[in-house]
Ligand binder design. Structure first.
Ligand SMILES: [Fe+2]
Ligand SMILES: [Fe+2]
Length: 288
């Protein structure tokens, strides 16, 4: 995918505004932009999407401007009406939020994909599609399919939230892959084909260091028997977009059927420890 740098800057309010953005704010904005560009028109029209850039745009790679300081990172917080970790369903990048279509009485994972995972589904489908093409196991493909969907509910620490939300319905291996993909993105593993992307050096800053709990999570994951599964989510995540490929959920229906324990009462109504998280995605307009 190619990035139209002028359009990207224009959407953010111009180069002067971009220059004031923090490392993470720029990365976040770029990810949103690339996701919107990668999404089908229907999804793109409903607001800004969730995460993960496509291939590194040459124009960004050639960008020689210095990155903001840590103090500017702090200053950036108070220039926005929303916090950056807010879930996609709870905010709109442009104008007001839209009324959501009703959910069935006993919603399935597929219903959530079709009706609520609007901003994350294309990215996750692309990642799962990539994993499938790369001959990954069905559990890795499922992990790729689910890996960022919880960002509809909340973005901050999404690996942990996502693992928790899916825990009652998938294997511990899939849960592990979901939880640790968040930390592993920041650490290269050339042996498995994951290099720390230059884009992140530019977007997060040359002096960016992940927080200690992320470093600790990486070290924990490295020693685990399911490290490979989690690492493969990152390998099939960033830069996994293919511009004219829009995979559909149909190609993953069998894998969902074999590896996702769909509750007969519907997701949100089965009294599982995470049913409330599903209901919050289903009914984000409830005021309390
Ligand atoms: Fe992610
Ligand atoms: Fe992702």
């Amino acid at each position: 995918m190619k990035l139209d740098r002028r359009d990207f800057f224009a959407q953010l309010g111009g180069a002067a505004v971009v220059a004031t953005l923090t490392h993470e704010a720029r990365a976040d904005a770029l990810e949103h932009y690339m996701m919107a560009a990668a999404s089908p028109p229907k999804a793109a029209s409903q607001g800004s999407p969730a995460s993960a850039p496509a291939s590194m745009p040459a124009s960004m790679a050639a960008d020689k401007r210095p990155f903001p300081s840590a103090a500017e990172v702090e200053a950036q917080i108070e220039t926005q009406p929303r916090r950056r970790g807010v879930g996609n369903l709870f905010t709109s990048a442009e104008g007001n939020v839209k009324r959501l279509p009703p959910m069935p009485a006993k919603p399935t994972l597929v219903d959530y994909f079709n009706l609520r995972f609007v901003r994350t589904s294309n990215h996750c489908l692309q990642s799962a599609n990539r994993a499938m093409k790369n001959g990954m196991s069905e559990e890795i493909i499922l992990a790729c399919l689910l890996h960022d969907t919880v960002q509809e509910l909340i973005k901050v620490d999404h690996g942990y939230w996502g693992a928790q939300m899916y825990e009652p319905y998938v294997s511990p291996k899939v849960t592990f892959a979901l939880r640790y993909h968040q930390a592993l993105r920041f650490f290269e593993d050339k042996e498995h084909g994951y290099e720390y992307p230059d884009l992140y050096r530019r977007m997060f800053g040359f002096d960016y260091t992940p927080e200690p709990y992320i470093v600790q999570a990486w070290q924990t994951a490295k020693k685990n028997k399911w490290y490979y599964e989690s690492r493969m989510v990152t390998v099939n995540d960033l830069y996994a977009f293919e511009p004219n490929v829009h995979p559909t959920l149909d190609q993953f229906t069998d894998i969902i059927g074999r590896h996702f324990k769909q509750p007969k009462e519907g997701l949100g109504y089965d009294n599982s420890p995470t049913a409330h998280m599903w209901r919050s995605i289903s009914m984000p307009d409830h005021p309390l």
